[in-house]
Design a protein around this ligand. Structure first.
Ligand SMILES: Cc1cc2nc3c(=O)[nH]c(=O)nc-3n(C[C@H](O)[C@H](O)[C@H](O)COP(=O)(O)OP(=O)(O)OC[C@H]3O[C@@H](n4cnc5c(N)ncnc54)[C@H](O)[C@@H]3O)c2cc1C
Length: 306
């Protein structure tokens, strides 16, 4: 379903993110978790795109498998990194043929496994250029939906590490929306004040696209460290660190603290009229299900109109 229809139908969207599994065993585990999450009827699910090389095909495979074997609505991520316009054209053509309705258009992380990578060789230097290309693809009416793909872009409540000038950064975000993005999904954050302030700054900058908040529950100290590396610049509030430090010898207690923290973030976001919450699942289902349960969202009609 086109993201515009999803946003119109759901008062608050609730969505999940997966990454492509790299082995058959991981894939089997993921589809067991997907089956369990399907019962929660998320507004959509999204699938990340690797920074280069072999995992990229896996994104396409996972998206089309979700599309054809589940009731879920998958949104593939797509990045500028290591792509020429013809690659992107092929990918969009394949997704259009598979009936995929939306794309999250991103700059992309630089590939760690390609030391010779040179950003200047990419056809698109910034996500805004990719958004423009997708919009132009849409205008050629190559998608079964006459509107073409719905387009999402990334937003960074705490700022993106490569643009220290926060005013410039909002200009770049506004450019992505002006090029045709229909919604913004944020980087994970642990202090809602950062999100609310970002939302207000977007409003002041005339950015009117709906903003979906990215939430990642801490489920282990190791995953928190991985997150800190993936989401460079993310702030881990002292209150959260203190709570985790108190129970660091008990993995179960760490998980409980992390899920409690994420639940409180979601509750506060819902109380303050957030348009959507996107949960980074790390391909698991237990933390997401627990958060739903804590929030009383087992019956997803609480925040949904359709
Ligand atoms: C929700 C979400 C999902 C993500 N999923 C993935 C994924 O699947 N795969 C992956 O590789 N990465 C992913 N990322 C990470 C993301 O690709 C990187 O953080 C990337 O560096 C920024 O992406 P962007 O789309 O904001 O890029 P851009 O909008 O291109 O911005 C990148 C940097 O360039 C700056 N910039 C933008 N326009 C200009 C301009 N005209 N002139 C100068 N500077 C400019 C921005 O301020 C920013 O600092 C995700 C991030 C988020 C928030």
């Amino acid at each position: 379903m086109h993201i515009r229809d999803i946003l119109a139908a759901d008062q608050t969207t609730l969505s999940f993110e997966f990454f492509p599994p790299k082995s058959e065993a991981e894939s089997q585990a993921l589809f067991e978790n997907i089956a369990s999450l399907e019962a929660l009827q998320p507004s959509f699910v999204s699938v990340t795109y690797g920074a280069g090389g072999s995992t990229r095909e896996l994104t396409h495979n996972l998206v089309t498998r979700i599309q054809s074997t589940t009731t879920l609505d998958p949104i593939p991520h797509l990045t500028c990194v290591c792509h020429q316009a013809s690659d992107i054209e092929d990918i969009l053509t394949k997704y259009a043929a598979a009936g995929v309705s939306n794309i999250l258009a991103l700059g992309g992380d630089p590939p760690r496994n390609l030391p010779s990578y040179n950003k200047a060789d990419d056809a698109f230097q910034h996500a805004a250029d990719l958004v423009r290309f997708i919009r132009q693809f849409n205008e050629r009416k190559l998608h079964p939906d006459p509107r073409g793909f719905g387009i999402g872009v990334a937003g960074f409540p705490e700022g993106h590490p490569s643009t220290p000038n926060r005013l410039d950064e909002l200009d770049y975000l506004r450019a992505k929306v002006a090029e045709g993005a229909h919604y913004i999904c944020t980087q994970l954050f642990f202090d809602n004040r950062d999100f609310f302030d970002f939302r207000e700054r977007c409003e002041l900058a005339g950015i009117s696209a709906p903003i979906i908040a990215g939430i990642m529950p801490v489920t282990s100290l190791a995953s928190m460290k991985r997150m800190a590396q993936l989401a460079l610049g993310a702030r881990f509030p002292a209150k959260l660190l203190r709570a985790l430090h108190r129970c660091q010898d008990s993995p179960e207690a760490v998980r409980n603290v992390g899920i409690h923290w994420a639940t409180e973030q979601c509750r506060d976001l819902l109380d303050n009229g957030v348009k959507g919450i996107h949960l980074y699942t790390l391909n698991r289902s237990d933390a997401t299900r627990q958060i739903y349960q804590n929030l009383g969202l087992r019956d997803s009609t609480i925040v949904r109109r359709r």
